[in-house]
Design a protein around this ligand. Sequence first.
Ligand SMILES: Cc1cc2nc3c(=O)[nH]c(=O)nc-3n(C[C@H](O)[C@H](O)[C@H](O)COP(=O)(O)OP(=O)(O)OC[C@H]3O[C@@H](n4cnc5c(N)ncnc54)[C@H](O)[C@@H]3O)c2cc1C
Length: 264
Amino acid sequence: MNIIVTIKQVPDTDEVKIDPKTGSLIREGVPSIINPEDKHAIEEALRIREKQDDVVVTALSMGPPQAENALREALAMGVDKAILLSDWAFAGADTLATTYILSVAIKKLKKYDLIFCGRQAIDGDTGQVGPQLAEVLNLPQVTFAEEINIQGNVVTVKSNFDKVIRTIEVNTPALITVTKGINRPRFKTMNGVLRAFRDKEVVTWTKGDLKLNPMRIGINGSPTWVRNTFTPSHSRGGLVTEKQSKDLAGDILDFLLDKNLLNA
Ligand SMILES: Cc1cc2nc3c(=O)[nH]c(=O)nc-3n(C[C@H](O)[C@H](O)[C@H](O)COP(=O)(O)OP(=O)(O)OC[C@H]3O[C@@H](n4cnc5c(N)ncnc54)[C@H](O)[C@@H]3O)c2cc1C
């Protein structure tokens, strides 16, 4: 069985900054990590490999040259192969162009039974790439997975979307997006790190290695325009009181009644 895990290198911060002119994410000066849910996807693939014979796990990432670090980390966790899709022609990609390039690389790999993605990236945050990839590759998809069981070519997935639990069966090949609830990713071992840098390689595919339509990559292939970005302000004044706690409850009640927020 061949499992491909798509991983994205993201800034290690909760405060994503946006360039006001270009609308793109500012990544300079911020340390990078593997997108957290992608680590859970890697872990799930490794657990399947531990239970079954002949499972090969490939990590695939599109990004700038430094995204190699994320792939090295995936190798250190234990994936068998790592492929970086990197070329300046890919820069400026929105989710559509990202999906297209990932799909062409996956088609080039030819053999795949399962594709695991994170549910959502913590920077771009759209949650679009996994589902789009399934559409482009014409695969059945299950999103928000928090449990995966495999019997032959039937995959049973427990999906938890907004606390609604569904159990869904799909046949391979299929694409599954995973959530943090699925497992606890393993730590890298010293041996794993040594092997990742000494014995394993990150293969880089550039524009020339993939049969790409130039109108579907980079800025040309990205119909998304960021019109405006802003941090929502919390400008509502609320109630500020400096009274002692015994008088406070009455004040809050009066305030809520005054605003018609309670049925008297
Ligand atoms: C107009 C515009 C311009 C942009 N320009 C740039 C740019 O120049 N450089 C840039 O880095 N980003 C750029 N972005 C952001 C980029 O489009 C998204 O980060 C990217 O397409 C993924 O979307 P997302 O972060 O919402 O991922 P999500 O859809 O939330 O990700 C879900 C899952 O898909 C997989 N995935 C997502 N992205 C990748 C990837 N690159 N490689 C492998 N797997 C992946 C992961 O498994 C991830 O967990 C731009 C976005 C817009 C709208």
